[in-house]
Design a protein around this ligand. Structure first.
Ligand SMILES: Cc1cc2nc3c(=O)[nH]c(=O)nc-3n(C[C@H](O)[C@H](O)[C@H](O)COP(=O)(O)OP(=O)(O)OC[C@H]3O[C@@H](n4cnc5c(N)ncnc54)[C@H](O)[C@@H]3O)c2cc1C
Ligand SMILES: NC(=O)c1ccc[n+]([C@@H]2O[C@H](COP(=O)([O-])OP(=O)(O)OC[C@H]3O[C@@H](n4cnc5c(N)ncnc54)[C@H](OP(=O)(O)O)[C@@H]3O)[C@@H](O)[C@H]2O)c1
Length: 461
């Protein structure tokens, strides 16, 4: 353990809360900053604060409660299979309470900059005035706050242009003709929600994706038993189950996916197909051109619209790291185990993953690993080993997923969590060896935070 290490957590969503709990359980001190007025992240922010978050009032989990919950704190029995925004917020608040960390977060405090200070530690700027020094910064600030628009978005269109990030509920769209662009979870949720009040709702998709209903064979889709097969077989089994339940997407006027199930993020919705079947969401192909009050699609059809809503995802940026030299976006998120930049391991990330699966179990596993590292019970491997692992991951991602910016953070949940646990066990053994070596040679220099070969300079991106 680095005695008296000063630790800072940024963000109090699911990732930050899991991190605080893991540190508290090891009696490790930390400061913890959250810019909004409550903990819970995107699930709990007030309508006003949600301007910086990505949730809308009709949002429900798209992973089932049994797959999303933390291992030592089940979601309440009375919760539905796919809890709402409010229920997830209440669950996170109860979790923080149960593990005694709820009162430890400084709410309404925004980290506005992080940079290396002359002492080699991190200078963390809070609310653009206060500056504090830390040995370790744990970034759990989420990555869904900077909307991404396509180049030349809605060029020439004179109506309203929004992003999914701006949408709170259906009321403002009553009687309007709305075009929703995208085929991710935001697009299908928002198109389904707005179609309850809008005069017309068009959904424009540029390529096919697998649409997974929330229930398969009468149970939540992610609780469908699958034998512990290798990845490709497991996904083939899911793909078959989805195909048997949904049939051909072409029947709904949606493009068929050209990739196998599991090779891209999936879109989870039971509502969309019903809304299309009822004729209130009308699928359209990619946009060909915008005009002042209408849009022409690539199949030549032209529709008049009042509002265009881009549900085209988020820039995975960490704004307060932009000038630090360690913005993960600048290295295409090539991090060791999606947590550590080997050049600066003491600036670590929690929740910087997009799982095929659920996020909370992942941040729990990451938090346990990070807390043991800070406690000196886990040692990072040598720089060259981290570097090789990063390259291996990169190749795995290129092999497994469709090439898209959207998949830079993609992981397969069980596979990734198992890998983290294996790495955790390896690092625990190594830390033990290091402690034994230190006990026999007490004067030997100790490297910080269990890194075995000091700062890493040999990484080439
Ligand atoms: C609309 C939507 C729905 C989703 N649904 C699911 C789902 O069903 N299942 C699933 O597994 N995943 C889902 N996800 C992924 C989701 O990101 C995670 O489930 C999870 O809630 C993210 O937790 P987090 O702590 O990493 O980030 P967040 O919940 O975004 O929390 C980050 C926190 O950091 C704070 N913060 C940010 N910057 C600063 C700063 N500079 N200073 C201080 N505080 C800061 C924010 O205010 C926020 O409270 C969804 C994502 C979105 C956008
Ligand atoms: N719990 C829930 O129900 C729920 C709801 C909403 C969001 N979420 C989660 O929140 C995260 C963000 O989801 P998201 O849907 O906002 O973003 P996303 O997953 O990144 O999806 C973006 C969509 O926009 C499309 N797109 C991107 N650029 C485009 C362009 N230039 N022209 C046309 N289409 C374009 C993408 O298509 P390509 O595939 O072709 O790139 C994709 O279909 C995801 O992790 C998601 O699972 C969950």
């Amino acid at each position: 353990m680095v005695k008296g290490a000063r630790v800072c957590i940024v963000g109090a969503g699911g990732g930050g809360v899991a991190m605080a709990k893991a540190l508290a359980q090891r009696d490790l001190p930390f400061d913890w900053f959250e810019r909004s007025s409550q903990l819970g992240g995107l699930w709990s922010q007030s309508d006003d604060e949600r301007r910086r978050g990505a949730a809308y009032s009709s949002l429900h989990l798209n992973s089932s409660k049994r797959r999303m919950e933390f291992s030592d704190f089940p979601m309440p029995e009375e919760y539905p299979d796919f809890p709402s925004l409010r229920e997830v917020a209440a669950y996170l608040a109860a979790y923080a309470d149960r593990f005694g960390v709820a009162g430890r977060v400084s709410l309404g405090r925004e980290v506005t900059g992080v940079g290396k200070s002359a002492c080699g530690c991190w200078a963390v700027r809070i609310d653009d005035r206060d500056e504090r020094l830390y040995d370790v910064v744990l970034v759990a600030s989420g990555y869904h706050s900077t909307p991404k628009f396509p180049a030349g978005a809605a060029h020439g269109f004179r109506g309203e242009v929004l992003h999914s990030h701006d949408i709170r509920n259906a009321a403002p769209f009553a009687g309007r003709r709305v075009l929703v662009v995208g085929f991710g979870n935001s697009a299908v949720d928002i198109a389904s929600m707005l179609s309850t009040t809008a005069e017309r709702t068009y959904l424009s998709t540029r390529r096919g994706t697998h649409v997974v209903p929330k229930y398969l064979f009468g149970r939540p889709f992610d609780e469908l038993p699958a034998p512990p097969w290798p990845r490709s077989l497991r996904w083939a089994w899911y793909g078959l189950a989805v195909r048997l339940t949904v049939g051909s997407l072409g029947r709904y006027g949606l493009p068929a996916p050209t990739h196998y199930f599991g090779q891209a993020a999936v879109t989870i919705s039971s509502d969309l197909l019903h809304r299309i079947a009822h004729g209130v969401v009308q699928p359209r192909p990619a946009v060909g051109a915008f005009h002042a009050e209408s849009v022409t699609f690539e199949d030549g059809r032209r529709e008049e619209v009042d509002t265009v809503i881009y549900c085209t995802g988020y820039r995975h940026s960490v704004p307060f790291l932009q000038h630090s030299g360690f913005d993960p976006g600048k290295i295409n998120y090539r991090l060791f185990e999606q947590i550590w930049d080997p050049r600066a391991p003491s600036l670590a990330h929690v929740g910087l993953v997009q799982p095929l699966g659920s996020l909370f179990p992942i941040v729990e596993t990451q938090a346990e690993l990070l807390a043991d590292w800070i406690a000196g019970r886990y040692a990072l491997p040598r720089c060259s080993v981290m570097s090789r692992a990063i390259r291996r991951d990169q190749r795995r991602r290129e092999r497994n997923y469709v090439a898209s910016e959207r998949h830079l953070l993609q992981v397969d949940e069980p596979e990734y969590s198992n890998r983290l646990r294996r790495e955790h066990r390896r690092g625990i053994k190594q830390a033990r060896k290091q402690r034994r070596a230190a006990a026999t040679a007490p004067d030997a220099p100790q490297s910080p935070l269990g890194a075995t070969d000091g700062p890493c300079t040999e990484i080439a991106y």
